[in-house]
Design a protein around this ligand. Structure first.
Ligand code: AMP
Ligand code: GLY
Length: 427
């Protein structure tokens, strides 16, 4: 079978790399893909992820048997509906189902209706009413732009002033454009965060192993929220009982709720969770693979990925096989990210021995006219490493990163450290 992956980031690089390993796959296309994917034997196709008719034309002309959608933007724009209307097989939610990610208000309303645990909240469109609510509730409090804002539209305000400023930015100055035409204000949850993803088709749910992402830009969880600066899996300091509870009370329940609401979900259901003293609660739902979680979860998957996708779409809950090894991934980002940053900065990436479980996943790089690698985004590249335990995996990652100079780039030096400490490792 020929497969097509829509997208170009680190998550899509990992997806293409894993699909390429499938015994059922003869060719992997990526649209638009990245130069780095070509080095892994992936065929890139110069069609933008927003060009639905171009993508459909390509899939038909080239006998693509299955299309997998990486990022949220084409999902929310209805790429799955467009493929389905042409009778093409595609793995991802319809536009209506992707609203689970595209509108935080929609997601919160379903959670409330079906008793899926999440923070208490109110929704506002008027600045003054929103401000009055913040004054009444006090801090800490969380302010979220309703729509898509590349992981940056959430402000966890420690003071009332901070929350008021966030409201001025989002509703007043429209810092996130129409994504901020309504705002969700919710209680601040405390606890460990966990990312739990599942392959879903209607009520069929095949859960993946959990991962933890590091959202803040700098060491010690300081600085602004980002799309994610590093991740690891498994998450040894969170018990498997709690993970199993979250699978039942959150993922499975949400899949059922979407069916009951008449918007059955097909694709990757991603629950961003806070493990609170009262149990797991939802911070957000995404309608696609997490980035960078995918870069540390897929390397652990031993079952053929195409077989997984075919099973879930046939309504079978396949038992997945995962390596016992841990996987760690650290992001190198452009200085300035998540604010503005330059592009086209020359970089050199040391060769790693992929046979020992090390792998570079490129998020924002390209080759210039001479074929030299340059930066081309905020999150630039991630080194993913398998190891016998988390401490070992992290040790191998940082050994490579710390041995090189990275002009114009930065990375967190504490990915996974707390997990190793809390779970009794040596770090
Ligand atoms: P989101 O884009 O919704 O995942 O939010 C980004 C980050 O903000 C999350 O990963 C959390 O660290 C934090 N966050 C979001 N909502 C809450 C909440 N209700 N309580 C505490 N932290 C939150
Ligand atoms: N890493 C968080 C996300 O993919 O939304």
């Amino acid at each position: 079978m020929k497969v097509l992956v829509i997208g170009s980031g680190g998550r899509e690089h990992a997806l293409c790399w894993k699909l390429k390993q499938s015994k059922k796959v003869t060719e992997v296309f990526a649209a638009p893909g990245s130069d780095a994917m070509v080095d892994d034997g992936i065929t890139t196709v110069n069609i933008a992820e927003s060009d639905h008719s171009g993508l459909i034309h390509f899939a038909k002309e080239n006998g693509v048997g299955l299309t997998v959608v990486g990022p949220e933007a084409p999902l929310v724009a209805g790429v799955v509906d467009a493929f389905q209307a042409e009778g093409l097989k595609v793995f991802g939610p319809t536009k209506a189902a992707a609203t689970l990610e595209g509108s935080k208000q929609f997601a919160k309303e379903i959670m409330k209706k079906y008793n899926i645990p999440t923070a208490a909240y109110e929704v506002f469109t008027e600045l003054e009413a929103a401000k009055a609510y913040v004054e009444k509730q006090g801090a800490p409090i969380v302010v979220k732009a309703d729509g898509l804002a590349a992981g940056k539209g959430v402000i966890v305000a420690e003071t009332v002033d901070e929350a008021l400023t966030a409201l001025d930015d989002i509703i007043g100055a429209r810092a996130f454009g129409d994504a901020g035409s309504s705002v969700v204000i919710e209680d601040c949850l405390r606890g460990e965060e966990l990312s739990l993803m599942a392959f879903v088709h209607g009520e069929t749910v095949i859960s993946m192993v959990p991962a933890q992402d590091h959202k803040r830009a700098f060491d010690g969880d300081e600085g602004p929220n980002t799309g994610g600066m590093g991740a690891y899996s498994p998450v040894p300091h969170i018990s498997s009982d709690l993970v199993a509870e979250a699978e039942e009370t959150i993922l499975r329940l949400m899949a059922k709720a979407m069916v009951a609401e008449g918007v059955p979900f097909t694709g990757i259901l991603y629950a961003g969770l806070m493990m609170t003293e009262e149990g797991p609660k939802v911070i957000e739902f995404n309608a696609r693979f997490g980035d960078p979680e995918t870069q540390v979860v897929l390397p652990r998957l031993e079952t053929d990925l195409v077989q997984v996708l075919e099973s879930v779409m046939a309504g079978e809950e396949l038992d997945l096989s995962w390596t016992e090894q841990a996987c760690a991934g650290v992001v190198l980002a452009s200085e300035g990210y998540p604010g503005s940053y330059p592009k086209g900065v020359a970089m050199s990436v040391p060769t790693v021995d992929e046979s020992t479980g090390l792998k570079w996943f490129h998020a924002g790089t390209k080759k210039d006219q001479e074929g030299h690698l340059v930066t081309n985004g905020g999150r630039v590249i991630l080194l993913s490493t398998l190891g016998d335990d988390l401490g070992t995996a992290l040790g191998s990652t940082y050994e490579v990163l710390d041995a090189s100079e990275w002009p114009g780039l930065f990375y967190r030096s504490d990915i996974g450290h707390r997990a190793v400490k809390l779970s009794g490792g040596e770090k």
